[in-house]
Design a protein around this ligand. Structure first.
Ligand SMILES: NC(=O)c1ccc[n+]([C@@H]2O[C@H](COP(=O)([O-])OP(=O)(O)OC[C@H]3O[C@@H](n4cnc5c(N)ncnc54)[C@H](O)[C@@H]3O)[C@@H](O)[C@H]2O)c1
Length: 422
């Protein structure tokens, strides 16, 4: 089978490599010419993606995967087209479909009769049918008669995309009935795992938004309960462990918010659509308030943070991946600076320019601060001499072993966790 993957970013590239490794011919299409050239040289542009380097080298060398900037030409040779172009929110917090729509129009120009198009990018309900399928018709073919469309969300964690691609059931829903049936057959053939064929594309779109909203709200609940724990001097990690020992409770981990272009974004897709979304909005509000809460906690412990030297460690949105959209480290920076603190940033995965791009002044040395805030606990930070770094560590995601910090004579405070000595 010939398959085009449009958008060879964090999701599309591992997806392309995996499908190529299953014995199919894959064209990776992207408007980023540098990315295309790099892939065609067999170089891995995403080094923190487990297993991608080896797989990519192998499928490029065998000729199973080639990258191109000419989407229409590639699509004209393909039986199936997958879309993995990102959709983020605009400044009004509504889905910005610009890139994906442009990609659909390019595909429309190359589409041949009989092609199946599958949208993998998470979308507001109704977008596949009402916005993207009509864009595919721009080349003159008719949906349902000449070509078919389905929505099938990616359910993957950055850093372990290749493993996750075959780990969870694939969810599909057709815009036209043939689209749904063929998408289910495609995934059964390519990945061999379980496929949930839902009633239609809208059902599949909502299923993905439901996953995201569940996680965002669950984190909001953990954040609210962590604040209750703080009021009472209770350690929330003990509370969650006890509560989660019963099978109906799945409390998540509190922290200084939710980052990345998935979890904080998908509730917004519900909030912009028809139907109630009070809970989604409330969850967003609680999670967005957490950086200010964490800074207030530090201010209480240090008797104010004006003039205090603060080091934020790990600026990416989560540990061990070099990805920064919607990272809460910038919210921590804003909150500390608003209170007059002197903030420096460090990230083991970002260049100095990358650190500056987020608005941080890079730390000259990892020593001599009043407080170290561990935002993304990259594995490179495991052996830090904490005593030299700062006398107080704020564990912004409850990711550290507090006994390791305290054994070095450093005070520890987590989210919903009593400070050392209290
Ligand atoms: N990253 C995740 O963890 C994750 C997890 C699950 C689902 N998803 C979904 O996958 C989508 C893609 O995420 P990503 O992290 O791979 O994004 P990304 O930004 O890493 O990659 C998107 C790629 O699309 C390319 N592109 C943009 N416009 C194009 C066009 N007109 N034609 C061809 N290519 C174009 C970009 O150059 C880029 O390489 C997300 O929006 C999300 O819905 C992501």
């Amino acid at each position: 089978m010939n398959v085009a993957v449009v958008g060879i970013g964090r999701i599309g590239l591992p997806l392309s490599a995996k499908i190529a490794a299953q014995g199919h011919t894959v064209f990776g299409c992207d408007i980023n010419a540098e990315r295309v050239a790099q892939v065609n040289r067999g170089e891995n542009p995403i080094p923190d993606e487990a297993g991608l380097g080896e797989l990519l080298a192998q499928v490029v060398a065998s000729g199973a995967l080639t990258a191109t900037t000419n989407t229409a030409e590639a699509v004209a040779q393909c039986d199936v087209v997958l879309f993995a172009v990102a959709v983020d929110v605009d400044h009004q917090m509504r889905a910005d479909l610009g890139s994906l729509l442009a990609a659909a129009q390019s595909v429309g120009q190359g589409l041949r009769p009989g092609t199946l198009c599958i949208f993998d990018t998470t979308l507001p309900i109704g977008t596949t049918r009402q916005v993207l399928a009509p864009a595919l018709e721009s080349g003159g073919l008719e949906l349902g008669r000449d070509f078919h469309v389905a929505f099938s969300p990616e359910r993957l964690l950055m850093g372990r995309v290749i493993e996750d691609l075959t780990k969870y059931p694939k969810v599909v829903g057709g815009v036209d009935a043939e689209g749904g049936r063929r998408a289910a057959a495609f995934y059964r053939e390519v990945f061999g795992g379980e496929v949930y064929e839902l009633a239609n594309a809208e059902t599949a779109e909502l299923s993905k938004l439901a996953e995201g909203a569940y996680r965002d709200l669950n984190i909001a609940l953990a954040n609210e309960l962590a604040q209750v724990a703080d009021v009472h001097g209770i350690d929330f990690t003990e509370v969650a462990k006890a509560a989660n020992s019963q099978p109906y409770c799945h409390l998540h981990v509190p922290g200084t918010g939710v980052g990345g272009h998935c979890i904080p974004v998908y509730p917004r897709f519900l909030m912009q659509g028809a139907g109630p979304s009070e809970l989604s909005a409330l969850g967003r509000r609680i999670n967005d308030s957490m950086p200010a809460y964490a800074v207030e906690r530090v201010a209480e412990l240090l008797d104010g943070v004006e003039g205090k030297r603060v080091l934020v460690l790990g600026l990416t949105f989560r540990p061990n991946v070099a990805v920064t959209p919607h990272t809460n480290s910038v919210d921590l920076l804003r909150e500390f600076e608003a209170r007059g603190a002197v903030v420096r940033g460090h990230d083991a995965l970002l260049s100095e320019a990358g650190v500056r791009e987020l608005g941080f002044e890079p730390a000259e040395a990892m020593a001599g601060f009043d407080v170290a805030v561990v935002h993304a606990y990259h594995r490179q930070y495991a052996e830090l001499p904490w005593r030299e770094v700062a006398p107080l560590v704020l564990d912004a995601r409850n990711a550290l072993d507090r006994s390791m910090i305290e054994a070095q004579g450093v005070r520890y405070v987590g989210m919903g966790r009593p400070v050392t000595g209290d």
